[in-house]
Design a protein around this ligand. Structure first.
Ligand SMILES: [Zn+2]
Length: 76
């Protein structure tokens, strides 16, 4: 099992954690509400976990352009 992180705004792959044998509880995922978890975390057919987060570029962009926060998808 692996965990893949990608940016929810631009779709950029941010990293993968391979050979994960820990349970989602130890990743802190249980601290998210069911809604947040549904929004951020998805599982594919291989049972791998995909986590939608935000990359540095988008974070910086949104910090400078707060009005774009309403859009889920950004094109740089
Ligand atoms: Zn991004």
């Amino acid at each position: 099992m692996a965990i893949h992180y990608h940016c929810r705004h631009c779709g950029m792959k941010m990293g993968t954690i391979d050979q994960v044998s820990i349970h989602s509880e130890q990743l802190g995922l249980h601290k998210l509400s069911a809604e947040e978890r549904q929004e951020m975390v998805s599982y594919d057919q291989q049972g791998e976990i995909h986590i939608a987060t935000i990359c540095e570029d988008c974070q910086e962009y949104l910090t400078r352009n707060p009005e774009y926060h309403q859009y889920d998808f950004l094109i740089h």
